[in-house]
Write a protein that binds this ligand. Structure first.
Ligand code: GCU
Ligand code: CA
Length: 137
């Protein structure tokens, strides 16, 4: 497992804040992107072996409608990740997708697809070995 969150030195962009005001997060807080279209969080990672990896988003959505996000790797293959309401900002859930990662550096971009912003994001979990934080440009 490799986790990407607010503590990662590889988090190179955050259009938003790291917040602490809802329970149940792991690490030192959770990511709250600005409530606007296109607000994003970006990590840079190094991958030993190219392939398709499972990626889970751990999120909380205390609103009443889904907050969808768009996840891309190296600005390609944008996938819709639907983050359904979880009933409260302190109830967390996982949503899984599969992503193709290249050998070498990969830029993981998760951005809001609506004016509501993303759900609150605790972390992304990539299932696999040989993944490490890359330096920010
Ligand atoms: C509330 C909540 C935030 C959340 C925000 C939102 O303000 O406290 O954690 O990010 O709603 O609607 O996005
Ligand atoms: Ca928010």
């Amino acid at each position: 497992l490799f986790e990407l969150d607010e503590d990662s030195q590889s988090m190179c962009v955050l259009n938003g804040s790291v917040d602490l005001d809802h329970d149940g997060y792991t690490g030192s807080g959770f990511i709250n992107v600005d409530n606007e279209l296109g607000a994003s969080v970006v990590w840079h990672i190094n991958v030993t072996q190219a392939g398709v990896y499972e990626l889970d988003t751990r999120f909380a959505n205390g609103g009443t409608v889904a907050r969808s996000g768009l996840l891309s790797v190296n600005e390609k293959g944008e996938q819709l990740v639907t983050l359904e309401p979880t009933s409260s900002w302190s109830v967390w859930s996982n949503e899984g997708i599969k992503v193709a990662l290249e050998a070498g550096e990969n830029i993981i971009t998760f951005k809001s697809n609506s004016a509501e912003g993303l759900a609150n994001i605790d972390k992304l979990i990539i299932k696999g070995d040989g993944i490490t934080d890359a330096l920010c440009p």
